[in-house]
Ligand binder design. Structure first.
Ligand code: GAR
Length: 203
């Protein structure tokens, strides 16, 4: 099996990127992080990548006439790097069909809530403010709709009686950092089979 070439897209802090890089240093991820892409030149994610000797690229959407042109430029970059898998890790821009179609079933995302509940940019905070007692983390394939593709892994996180948002956030992140590298590993080892809405994990 060929090792997969992975691009991680991140807009901000990059703790999930860090978790995947750390995992790759300890276990057989089944691929290399060949590129870290960001829409924010000053993101900590880019700094983390450079510190780990991972190639980086940054494009600013404001330099393009529209988001389709922006995503076309990203697509050319991914093709030139022969990327097999795109891992969205806190990438806060919606992908246009030009990317989603070309990389169909080869883009994954992590969302800080139990989908299909609390879709969107503020999933964790929305769940907390709604008052649910259980929320969690979802890793899913990306399709043309927001936060709606087939679910790869999901794990529940309880909201405790006296939790502040920060307390809850810490536990959400701990789960993210544990399950996202595992999902990437499953993909790279070709252990995921999509059957309609269901993702079978081959053992
Ligand atoms: C993560 O909590 C991730 O689930 C969330 O952004 C954070 C990025 O953190 N993504 C979304 O909300 C996507 N809708 P990080 O930059 O430290 O990895």
């Amino acid at each position: 099996m060929l090792r997969k070439r992975i691009a991680v897209f991140a807009s901000g802090f990059g703790s999930n990127l860090q978790a995947i890089m750390d995992f790759a240093g300890k276990e057989d991820l089944g691929g290399e992080i060949s590129l870290v892409f960001s829409n924010k030149g000053n993101s900590l994610a880019l700094k983390r990548a450079r510190e780990n000797q991972v190639k980086t690229a940054c494009l600013d959407p404001s330099g393009f006439t529209n988001r389709v042109e922006f995503d076309r430029a990203i697509l050319e970059l991914l093709k030139s790097e022969k990327i097999d898998l795109v891992v969205l890790a806190g990438y806060m821009l919606l992908l246009s069909p030009v990317l989603v179609e070309y990389y169909s079933n080869r883009i994954i995302n992590i969302h800080p809530a139990l989908l299909p509940s609390f879709k969107g940019t503020h999933g964790m905070k929305d769940a907390f403010n709604y008052g649910v007692k259980v929320s969690g983390v979802t890793v899913h394939f990306v399709d043309s709709e927001l936060d709606s593709g087939p679910i790869i892994l999901q794990e529940a996180v309880n909201i405790k009686e006296n939790d502040s948002l920060e307390d809850f956030e810490k536990r959400i992140h701990a789960v993210e950092h544990r399950i996202y590298p595992r999902a990437v590993q499953l993909f790279c080892h070709e252990k995921l089979r999509i059957e309609g809405r269901k993702v079978r994990i081959l053992v």
